[in-house]
Design a protein around this ligand. Structure first.
Ligand SMILES: C[S@@+](CC[C@H](N)C(=O)[O-])C[C@H]1O[C@@H](n2cnc3c(N)ncnc32)[C@H](O)[C@@H]1O
Length: 164
């Protein structure tokens, strides 16, 4: 039930994510990590494909996973627009299992805050990624500043109820 509500929230946010796909502030951060992605890539919580424009399209095959059908639809259009060789999987990441060392790189941008047990999810990434591969993360977390850290903790329950 909790996951169903979360999926509905993400389904409704597609237009907002599409508007932000080319956000220049985020683009520099995305480019910095996606530039080094290569080979057979698993991108979790792919959303509307905001990282597609930063992949080296000659060097990648991207398996993208998202549990929001609307996000997957939008990512499909973006993959064709940016000519990225993609396989898109509409599924909850928790229900998927890949063989150990299946991927050269695992990419997660702004998704770890959505998973009920992020440590377990990171352990899965570790298993699915080749030993000499790369796990590329662009995530947000608590501030080191005590005031902001307390404020973030205080608004977190309200924010997650609204945005997921
Ligand atoms: C905050 S958005 C980030 C989207 C994209 N990665 C980006 O950088 O813009 C989180 C994405 O993860 C997806 N997501 C969250 N939990 C998931 C899960 N358990 N399985 C699959 N997708 C999930 C959501 O549907 C959403 O598209």
């Amino acid at each position: 039930m909790k996951q169903k509500n979360l999926i509905k929230k993400y389904d409704k946010q597609v237009t907002m994510y599409e508007k932000n796909r080319e956000n220049p502030n985020m683009a520099a951060r995305r480019r910095k990590i996606i530039n080094s992605a290569y080979g057979n890539i698993l991108e979790v919580g792919i959303g509307v494909g905001a990282n597609f424009s930063h992949y080296n399209k000659e060097k990648v095959h991207v398996t993208g996973v998202d549990f929001s059908a609307e996000m997957i639809k939008s990512a499909k259009k973006a993959a064709s627009r940016y000519q990225i060789d993609t396989e898109l999987i509409h599924a909850d990441l928790d229900d998927l299992d890949f063989s150990p060392e299946s991927f050269d790189c695992i990419v997660s941008t702004l998704t770890l805050c959505s998973y009920p047990d992020p440590v377990n999810t990171l352990n899965k990434f570790n298993s699915w990624c080749k030993n000499d591969g790369k796990i590329l993360l662009l995530e947000h977390g608590l501030s080191h500043n005590p005031f902001w850290s307390l404020t973030l903790k205080a608004i977190d329950p309200i924010y997650s109820r609204i945005a997921g």
